[in-house]
Every structure is written in C-alpha cells, then in structure tokens.
Design a protein around this ligand. Structure first.
Ligand code: 5GP
Ligand code: MN
Length: 351
C-alpha cells in the first residue's frame, strides 16, 4: 500500500462549491456512465442533502444500476435516461440552475448527458476522487485522488453544511465507501476509510445484511459464466500478467446481463504473483471494455490513459476497438512496457 493513500485525510472543501450548493434551487445531479456503488450512493446522498435543504433536485443516470445496488436509492429518486424516452438531456440541463457531478471529473464519462452539459451556460460543480480531473471544466471542483471513495467526500459536505445524516443516507454512503474499497480490502482503504465506516455504522448502518445483498446474491448463471472466464484465463510474463476475455458468446450462452459482471475482475485477480490483471469484456462488434487492476506497485492508470481511459493507480479502465486478438495484444504490449520500464529504472526496481 502506498503511504500516500493509507495516510490520506480530506483537504479543504472549496467555499465556492458550498456556496453553489446553498444558493441553487433546481440542481441536476449527474454521475458517470454505468454507475457503480460509489456513483449511485454519492448521487443519492447529495440528492437527499439538497432536498432536505429545500431545493428541487433531479438525479439522472445514463444507465440502469445493477439490481443488487438499487436498494441504496431507498426512495427511488434516480431517473434513468436510457429507460425513459421522455427524458431529454437538453431540457434537463435547461431546467437546472446548477449541475452537480459526482464520482467523475472527466466530461466524456457523462456519456449521453455530456453534450448538453458542455454546451450549456449553467454552472457546474464536481466532487470526485479520480486522477484525471478536468479542473477547468467546472466552476468549482473538490477532487481528492487520495480519497477511498467519493461517498466519504459527500459525508464531509454534510458535516460542513451542518446537515444531519439519516440512516438511509448513511447506508447509501456506506455502500459507496465499501464497494469502492472492495469491502475495505484494497490499498485505498486507509485509516480514514475505517473511521468513516465506524461513523456510518454508528448512524445505524448494518454491514452484514448490506454485504449479503451485494456479494452473496448472485445468480447461478453468473457463477457459471465466471467459471468460463476463470477457466480461460492466461498467465504471461513469468506469471506477472494475468488476463481473460469475457465474450458476447459466453454472456448470451449463460444469459447474464452486463450489470452482473461487476466484480469479475476481482475474482480473476486471485492468483499469487500476478501483478497486473486485466479483464476484457466484449460490449459490441469489435468493441471492448477493459478493467485493469494492479496488485503490486505498478500504476495501471498509466495503461488506461494510453488508450484514452483513466481511473486510479490500482484500478483503472478504458475502451478499445478492434478484433479480440488485436485488443489483447495491445494491452499485453502496454503491460510489458510498464514491467520493462520498472526493470530498467533503478528507482522503481523492486527486485
Ligand atoms: P472498472 O474496471 O471497475 O470498470 O473501473 C475501475 C476504475 O477505472 C473506476 O474508477 C472507473 O471510474 C475507471 N474507469 C473505467 N473505465 C474507464 C474509462 O473508460 N475511462 C475513464 N476515464 N475511467 C474509467
Ligand atoms: Mn468512486
């Protein structure tokens, strides 16, 4: 674990960000495409904060959330753009006097909402913990790349604004924090992550049923397709690189949805000695979504950004186009470059 991550403490929240939250009337809350636990938990919590301050917030997701996470939107506040033809990105942005983006600071990660947000004069603010913050895109931004999740930054915003957290909001934020840290196992879970968790449990969150809902509730089809994925995994570079490909053929044969694939890369990466793990998921003809994980000191963020993606040092992602063989070969080349750089650079040689 890097000491920078383990010793992270929150910095100052910009005053302009708090003022914008206080002064808006019709805020529009957005997060990244294919929302995960941190994205949804953070969006729902800031939605509740705004609502309890007398505002009329709307929260728009570009894609549905994985079924197992839907419970953290206790009151069903989030609306899904791709599920409701009545929703129009331009109209949504026009009706807002503030756009609040959480858990991403990369405009292209707003997906179908991005063109409407970018071409509008409505001020936009951001709360995030990713490395590739587009600082100039926002009128105020609080981005803490050392933070375990965005959810705990939202917790800080509640504290700063003197707004009480109810049990449901605490549960949404707990899920945000717990899922982004792999249930407090990953290196981004420094002492602060445990401190936030303790405070959320004090507010009434019960960790055990939350764990069961998220991690012990998979379909048998998902387990069978995970078996396919694991049995086809490939080790290379003396066991330092581990990868596998989840094809559309496996997905349709097993009858699993894209949302159910969440967590596959973690199951794949349980092999001793594998320092870089990547999972390639076919999302369309010649189109692939890539999840990268580092189990050593290498930054897989460097690989993701090489292909226009991003994320964190230990967990990053990107999209690639081409045949399966081409895509895997480009990724393996990038991994080898990273391993090679380390071998020739005495400063990072860990042998
Ligand atoms: P996952 O592999 O779980 O989908 O993503 C790991 C991390 O990388 C997350 O923080 C996610 O936001 C980020 N990430 C995944 N795909 C992309 C991408 O295509 N672009 C960027 N900028 N970040 C990504
Ligand atoms: Mn996050």
């Amino acid at each position: 674990m890097s000491s920078a991550e383990s010793s992270w403490s929150p910095g100052e929240i910009p005053n302009e960000l708090i003022t914008a939250l206080e002064e808006c009337e019709n805020p529009l809350v957005l997060t990244h495409i294919y929302p995960d636990g941190d994205a949804l938990g953070s969006a729902i919590a800031i939605h509740r904060l705004l609502k309890s301050s007398g505002k009329n917030p709307r929260t728009i997701l570009t894609h549905p959330v994985p079924e197992k996470l839907a419970f953290i939107d206790h009151d069903g506040e989030a609306e899904v753009l791709t599920e409701n033809p009545q929703l129009n990105p331009e109209d949504l942005v026009d009706a807002a006097d503030l756009v609040v983006v959480v858990d991403t600071s990369a405009p292209d990660r707003l997906g179908l909402m991005e063109p409407a947000v970018t071409s509008s004069d409505v001020p936009r603010i951001c709360i995030d913990h990713h490395l590739e913050g587009a600082y100039e895109y926002f009128s105020a931004i609080w981005c803490e790349p050392g933070s375990p999740a965005t959810g705990n930054l939202i917790f800080e915003v509640f504290q700063r604004m003197g707004i009480e957290l109810d049990r449901d909001t605490a549960e949404s934020l707990f899920v945000a924090l717990a899922t982004d840290t792999g249930w407090f196992r990953h290196s981004n879970a420094g002492f602060k992550a445990y401190e936030y968790a303790a405070r959320l449990v004090q507010l009434g969150v019960e960790a055990d049923p939350v764990y069961n809902r998220i991690f012990q509730s998979f379909s048998h089809e998902r387990t069978l397709s995970l078996g396919d994925l694991l049995s086809q995994s490939v080790l290379s570079e003396d066991g330092k690189i581990l990868h596998s490909v989840f094809t559309e053929e496996i997905r349709s044969r097993r009858g699993v949805s894209m949302e159910e694939l969440d967590g596959f890369v973690d199951s794949l990466g349980q092999v001793k000695g594998a320092e870089i793990v990547f999972l390639v998921v076919e999302i369309g003809p010649m189109r692939y979504k890539v999840s990268l994980r580092s189990h050593g000191d290498f930054s897989v963020h460097a690989i993701a950004t090489r292909f226009g993606g991003g994320g964190h040092a230990k967990a990053a992602g990107c999209r690639l186009e081409g045949t399966e063989v081409e895509v895997v070969s480009r990724l393996l080349d990038a991994c080898r470059d990273l391993l090679g750089e380390s071998a020739t650079d005495p400063a990072t040689d860990r042998a």
